[in-house]
Design a protein around this ligand. Structure first.
Ligand code: SF4
Length: 367
């Protein structure tokens, strides 16, 4: 007998996970989604405002998962346990203690499909749980499967099985082409990515159905479902699609995305914060620290208080250092030059596209 499968989605308080929640509610109301938010206790107020707005749109609560029951905020509780050792990209205890562990303990041994908002125009994998009872699906991407599953399905050892599936579910007039692609073994001359692209070009919904059939009989959560609406999904949602979803739901982008002006050497630049997450997140760019200093001076002061006993949020300078007038000027100047450079060869004419800087995002944090 198949086991019950839960459908869960983490809301980070950022634009992409919010857009995915909107998307799922509009396009897949048949899925009984459970929403959660991993509360570190250190988010910006705008995040809590967004979560309230989203709850109202979804018509259901977003569960606040807290990593501990002490009187302290979860981050401070664990900071004590780590003897004041601040997290960093090399020692990211905060993500595991404040986000992953509460999430995995909430699910226990239940089978679950976790929906993650990696956009169709992003080239990164996103969080995939290492627990076998949790399967990650990426509805905004051209294909919604994790790399682990794709490698399994397209592995040379699965050619016969995949060929049989396509012969049963595929379009009649494409059978020769399916066979040609599927029986073409992966090699240095025919890479995994080429084979995947060729199959997707022959039909995304057919590919999704083939993967689903391939996984049947396995322990993957999706294999327990009798039917799954996302198999017919051929959408790929990019940054513009995210904005469109906010518009269609009548929800405002979180306030920290709004561009605000700064002045440097008589020139005007603009900046914003590019992420949700803790206000002191060590992944933020230096210009975002300056943004925090100017827009939320009380939070900046609190972030400064954490820097003691030789621990700092950044590797090579302290928060005291970066707000010295000369240094702050230099950070703004560097930022303005970078923006000018990007504006001279834009991929889009929307300022937020130009400023979008995904390289240093704490991708795994925002499950
Ligand atoms: S947002 Fe940054 S500081 Fe907060 S838990 Fe995630 S990685 Fe850690």
């Amino acid at each position: 007998m198949s086991r019950k499968v839960r459908h869960v989605m983490g809301i980070s308080g950022g634009k992409d996970s919010t857009a995915l929640a909107i998307y799922m509610k509009i396009n897949h109301p048949e899925i009984d989604m459970e929403y959660y938010f991993s509360d570190t206790g250190k988010e910006l107020e705008e995040v809590y405002t967004l979560i309230e707005e989203l709850e109202s749109f979804l018509g259901k609560p977003i569960l606040k998962l807290k990593a501990n029951n002490s009187h302290k905020d979860p981050f401070d509780h664990y900071l004590d346990l780590y003897n004041g050792y601040l997290p960093s990209s090399m020692a990211r205890w905060c993500t595991s203690k404040l986000k992953l562990e509460p999430f995995e303990s909430w699910l226990g041994e239940d089978l679950a499909i976790s929906y993650v908002a990696i956009r169709g125009d992003e080239d990164r994998e996103g969080y995939v749980s290492t627990k076998s009872n949790i399967q990650t699906i990426f509805p905004f991407r051209k294909h919604m499967w994790s790399m682990e599953i794709l490698h399994k399905v397209l592995h040379n050892s699965g050619i016969d099985k995949l060929e049989k599936i396509y012969s049963e579910i595929g379009e009649h007039n494409k059978q020769d082409r399916y066979r040609e692609v599927i029986t073409h073994k992966q090699s240095a001359k025919y890479l995994f990515s080429q084979k995947l692209g060729d199959l997707l070009n022959l039909g995304i919904a057919t590919f999704n159905l083939a993967v689903y059939e391939f996984l049947k009989g396995s322990d993957y959560p999706i294999a327990q479902l009798e039917d799954y609406g996302l198999l017919k999904n051929e959408d790929s949602v990019d940054l513009q699609g995210v904005f469109d979803l906010f518009n269609s739901a009548g929800i405002n982008l979180p306030g920290y995305y709004n561009e605000v002006e700064y002045e440097v050497d008589g020139e005007i630049g603009t900046f914003h914060r590019s992420r949700s997450g803790c206000y002191f997140c060590f992944y933020q760019r230096k210009i975002e620290w300056i943004w925090l200093y100017e827009r939320h001076p009380e939070l900046f002061k609190m972030a400064q208080k954490y820097e003691k006993d030789g621990y700092t949020w950044m590797d090579n300078e302290s928060l005291n250092d970066i707000v010295k007038p000369n240094r702050m000027n230099q950070i703004k100047r560097d930022h303005l030059n970078k923006i000018k450079n990007k504006l001279s060869k834009p991929k889009s004419n929307r300022l937020i596209d130009i400023l979008e800087d995904g390289d240093d995002l704490c991708a795994n944090c925002f499950i």
